[in-house]
Design a protein around this ligand. Structure first.
Ligand SMILES: [Zn+2]
Ligand SMILES: [Zn+2]
Length: 219
C-alpha cells in the first residue's frame, strides 16, 4: 500500500517519541521536522484513516499505524547502517539519503539489505531495528556479506564493519586493543575460548563481545 511520504514520516516520529517515553501531541508537533510536514489537521486526517488515535494531548498508533511505522523505522535504520558502515558516507549525507531512500525500499529489498548486513540489532545511533521475516527464519539463499564474528571459522579473517555495543566502556576498551571498524581480525581458535589474532597480538574475547562485533569475511 502506497502511503504518503509525509504521513509515513509522522508515524515514524510518533514511534521514536514513544521510544523516548512520550505520547504528547504538543511535543510531537513541536519537533521541527514534524512541524514542516504536519499540523493538527494532518493528525485528524490520520485519525480518520485509522492510523492513530488521539485523546486529549495523547496520541497512540492503531494496529495499522503501528505496522506502517514499524516497517518505516526498520527501513530507515537499516538504510542508516548500510550507508554508514558499508558505503562509508559522511554523517550529514546519511540522514538525507536514509530519509529519501527508505521510502522507496520494498519489503523484499529491505530484507535483503538486512540479511547482507547480518541482521543488525541496532542502527548506528544505537536504536533498535525492528525485526523482519528474514531475521526470524534461518538459512536463506542470500549469503550475508556482513556477519557476526562468531560465524567465522578458525583460520578465517574478517574486517570489522561495525560494533553494536551500547556500552561506551566496552567500546573504549575494544578501541585500545585495536578492535575498531576497519581493522582485520583472524579467528585463532573458537574453543574452549574464542581467541582472535589482531596484528601480532592474540586475544581471548568474551562470548557476548563476539556477538557484538560484525565483520565482512576476507578471502
Ligand atoms: Zn539511527
Ligand atoms: Zn533480518
Amino acid at each position: 500500500m502506497a502511503q504518503d511520504k509525509g504521513i509515513e514520516e509522522v508515524l515514524e516520529f510518533i514511534w521514536s517519541q514513544r521510544e523516548q517515553g512520550s505520547n504528547s501531541i504538543q511535543q510531537l508537533l513541536n519537533i521541527e521536522e514534524v512541524a514542516e510536514e504536519a499540523d493538527m489537521k494532518t493528525l485528524e486526517r490520520m485519525q480518520r484513516d485509522a492510523l492513530i488515535k488521539m485523546d486529549g494531548d495523547t496520541v497512540v498508533l492503531t494496529l495499522n499505524g503501528e505496522q506502517l511505522a514499524e516497517a518505516a523505522i526498520r527501513r530507515h535504520r537499516l538504510a542508516e547502517r548500510l550507508l554508514t558502515e558499508v558505503l562509508s558516507l559522511d554523517p550529514e549525507s546519511i540522514e538525507k539519503n536514509a530519509c529519501s531512500f527508505e521510502h522507496t525500499l520494498s519489503h523484499e529489498v529491505t530484507d535483503s539489505i538486512c540479511t547482507l548486513l547480518g541482521h543488525p540489532p541496532t542502527c548506528p545511533h544505537g536504536l533498535p531495528i525492528p525485526k523482519g521475516n528474514c531475521c526470524r527464519k534461518t538459512g536463506g539463499e542470500l549469503k550475508p556479506i556482513v556477519q557476526q564474528l562468531s560465524a567465522l571459522d578458525v583460520g578465517e579473517t574478517g574486517r570489522i564493519t561495525f560494533i553494536v555495543s551500547n556500552s561506551h566502556m566496552r567500546l573504549d576498551k575494544l578501541g585500545t586493543l585495536g578492535i575498531v571498524p576497519g581493522s582485520s581480525v583472524r579467528v585463532h581458535q573458537k574453543r574452549p575460548a574464542f581467541v582472535i589474532q589482531i596484528g601480532e597480538t592474540t586475544l581471548a574475547l568474551d562470548p557476548e563481545i563476539i556477538k557484538e562485533i560484525y565483520v565482512k569475511r576476507v578471502f
